[in-house]
Design a protein around this ligand. Structure first.
Ligand SMILES: *Cc1c(COP(=O)(O)O)cnc(C)c1O
Length: 218
């Protein structure tokens, strides 16, 4: 793992995706120096937050149901997976209630598979152009997130990450011009992070490469 961590270029953050793994496994990763962990189930996130040292940082990366937002708002550092205007509005509402400002990434659908959540590129641009999101003062949109198609075809993966990067750059020059907080591009997992980094990723989400294979895919 050390060699892997050392190989990550400066300026790219590593989220250790600990979903399905035990608190002990996360504690070991923490002892090895990792500090940012990613989870895709609110209950599991809360449990690990409670058991791990308090300087660990917790990111939510899975599909988030509205009725679960309140459990993670007290401590979550970044929600990667905001996939609809409605969800952003609900996170804002709960964050205001709990007196927090929550950083969010908007998830963009870039993969060929239909099952992956996220804004379609056109819908995203349309939504942002209304500037409606500016009324949500308890959430800060700090960038975009995407999941590439699960395939051996590296050309296709690169193409998808490249597309996301272009959308990101375009938004940075238009809707978010002058907003230096809009600076994160979360893309890249164990099997495709090298391609993602070469396409401009600033956050990679790595599970199996750090913790080994998961028993069940969640
Ligand atoms: C599980 C998961 C990961 C980590 O996947 P690995 O292939 O184990 O690195 C990254 N991002 C999201 C959104 C995930 O659900």
């Amino acid at each position: 793992m050390d060699d892997f961590v050392k190989s990550i270029p400066e300026g790219v953050k590593l989220v250790a995706v600990s979903k399905t793994h035990s608190c002990e496994a996360v504690q070991r990763a923490y002892n090895n120096g990792l500090r940012i962990f990613g989870e895709s189930k609110p209950q599991e996130l809360v449990k690990k937050y409670n058991e791990l040292p308090k300087d660990a940082e917790w990111h939510f990366i899975g599909h988030l149901q509205t009725n679960k937002i309140k459990y993670i708002v007290p401590f979550v550092s970044l929600i990667h997976s905001v996939d609809s205007p409605g969800l952003l509005a609900e996170i804002n509402k709960e964050a205001a209630k709990q007196n927090r400002i929550i950083k969010c990434l908007l998830q963009v659908h870039i993969a060929r598979e239909e099952t992956k959540f996220g804004f379609a590129a056109d819908a995203l641009k349309e939504y942002l152009s209304t500037k409606e999101f500016l009324r949500h003062t308890s959430v800060h949109i700090v960038g975009l997130m995407g999941i590439a198609t699960f395939t051996e075809n590296t050309v296709e993966i690169r193409d998808e990450f490249h597309t996301l990067r272009k959308i990101f750059d375009e938004l940075r020059e238009t809707v978010f011009a002058g907003d230096s907080n809009f600076c994160e591009l979360s893309m890249g997992m164990s099997n495709d992070y090298k391609i993602a980094i070469s396409e401009g990723s600033t956050i990679i989400r790595i599970g199996s490469l750090i913790f080994g294979e998961r028993n069940c895919s969640k």
